[in-house]
Design a protein around this ligand. Sequence first.
Ligand code: DX5
Ligand code: ZN
Length: 203
Amino acid sequence: MKIATSILSAKSFKEKLGVIEKLNSSDTDYIHFDVMDGKFVSNKSLCIPELVKLIKASTKKNEVHLMVENPMKYIEQIKNLNVDRIIVHVEINQALNKIIDYIKSNNINVGLAIDLNTNIDYVKPYLKKIDLLLIMSVKAGKGGQQFQTQVLDKIKKIPDNIKLEFDGGINDETVKFIKFADTAVSGTYILENIEENIRKLKR
Ligand code: DX5
Ligand code: ZN
């Protein structure tokens, strides 16, 4: 399983930079950037200039998780950076097909995210065109929450060939529930002890 490390729980910009430096020389497969606009979710994290600077500081593969109402303006500013995957939410009230096609036209992989309490049927129309489905295992909007095992039921309706990523509440205990996943996102747990906890998650 691949590991994507979320830097959300590092408080300040400076702290986030420090964490990225450590992650650059770690075994994490991705750095996971959580962007929140205070509208799609009530919290805010990373304005565009900060996001750009942090991506530029990373030498790892990067994935950007957009918990925002209007993803286009973010995509526009990061499409020429070292971004392997952009993840947008199925719940946004916007022309998702257009956004997915636009990300792809920039040769960036597309992830589609579904929040904890959203019915899985909503992702069905997009499964054929996305590269990965991100299942929120907590309610989107903040780090440090507990993994919700009920999401495991939800994915029974997803065909086996779809790559899955889980995000939220993942530690050395809860990772056991998602052994079949392509990628696990973990923030709070990994940042407690970067080297050791990435190793434990990969075991
Ligand atoms: C939550 C974010 C997650 C989260 C992961 O809205 O999408 O990426 O920060 O962090 P932990 O591991 O603290 O749940
Ligand atoms: Zn995330």
